[in-house]
Design a protein around this ligand. Structure first.
Ligand code: ADP
Ligand code: MG
Length: 259
């Protein structure tokens, strides 16, 4: 099992869209995939068609209760893609966790009890660097970082990388960066190109070749409760996510070696 955490403390940069669609594409190749929705807003759960009433057990129970992964994971409409959904309880979890022993390792512990049932576990993080994201980073082998092509992209990234350094130093020395993916790329906007060039010159090969275009189908799909890859598998957004998943698969063996 390889655990990949999708993190960026900025909201609206494409974390959830990436989690859903990369998860779907990986499952389509035959990998057993589990998506953990760690955002109290539950967008990954909704986007995969898991209604509020179908969230009997959630990532809240996984982190703060004795619920096992096995008990909490439910299938989605995508074959081989399971999910542990999020409920609003999770919004109190950052505070409630403070009282727990090993509060940074709750998720890690949960994954060690039963995580081997899946080949890849993707964790969709909330837009903050609080305890939920810390749990996700402690449990992960690697991070996948969506970066929106906008002027302040690199600024936010340095804060994220500082957190990664701290997590490595204190809890998880093996944490690596699987890659940075540029999202909401707009060909017609020259600023986007500038940002993309800057990011590539600063970060080098860690940036995926694939860029995710700004694509209205990607934003429509969640309201239909399905991955873009099912809603419209031929749109530019879906094609980009298939290409990204291919790159992700190409980077997995190195991770598995280190794991
Ligand atoms: P995050 O999880 O980082 O907050 P989301 O994946 O939820 O970001 O994306 C924020 C919003 O932008 C959502 O409404 C989503 O549907 C939309 N969106 C995400 N990626 C794209 C894209 N490449 N093109 C157009 N809309 C997108
Ligand atoms: Mg999200």
């Amino acid at each position: 099992m390889i655990c990949i955490t999708i993190a960026n403390q900025k909201g609206g940069v494409g974390k959830t869209t990436t989690a859903i669609n990369v998860g779907t594409a990986l499952a389509a190749t035959g990998l057993r995939v589990l998506l953990l929705d760690l955002d109290p807003q539950g967008n990954a759960s909704t986007g995969l068609g898991i209604g509020r009433n179908d969230r009997e057990r959630s990532t809240y129970d996984l982190l703060l209760g004795d619920t096992s992964l096995q008990e909490a994971a439910i299938p989605t409409q995508v074959p081989l893609l399971d999910i542990v959904p999020a409920t609003v309880d999770l919004s109190g979890a950052e505070i409630e966790l403070i009282e727990f022993d090993a509060r940074t390792h709750r998720l890690d512990r949960a994954l060690q009890r039963g995580g081997e049932r899946w080949d890849v576990i993707l964790v969709d993080c909330p837009p903050s660097l609080g305890l939920l994201t810390v749990n996700a980073m402690v449990a992960a082998h690697a991070l996948l970082v969506p970066l929106q092509c906008e002027f302040f992209a690199l600024e936010g990234l340095s804060q994220l990388l500082t957190t990664v350094e701290q997590i490595r130093g204190r809890f998880n020395p093996g944490l690596s960066i699987l890659g940075v993916v540029l999202t909401m790329y707009d060909r017609r906007n020259r600023l986007t190109d500038q940002v993309s060039d800057d990011v590539r010159s600063v970060l080098g090969k860690v940036v995926f070749d694939t860029v995710i275009p700004r694509n209205v189908r990607l934003s429509e799909a969640p309201s239909h409760g399905m991955p873009a890859l099912i809603y419209d598998h031929r749109c530019a957004g879906s094609e980009a996510y298939i290409a990204l998943a291919r790159e992700v698969i190409g980077r997995l063996p190195k991770l598995a070696e280190a794991a």
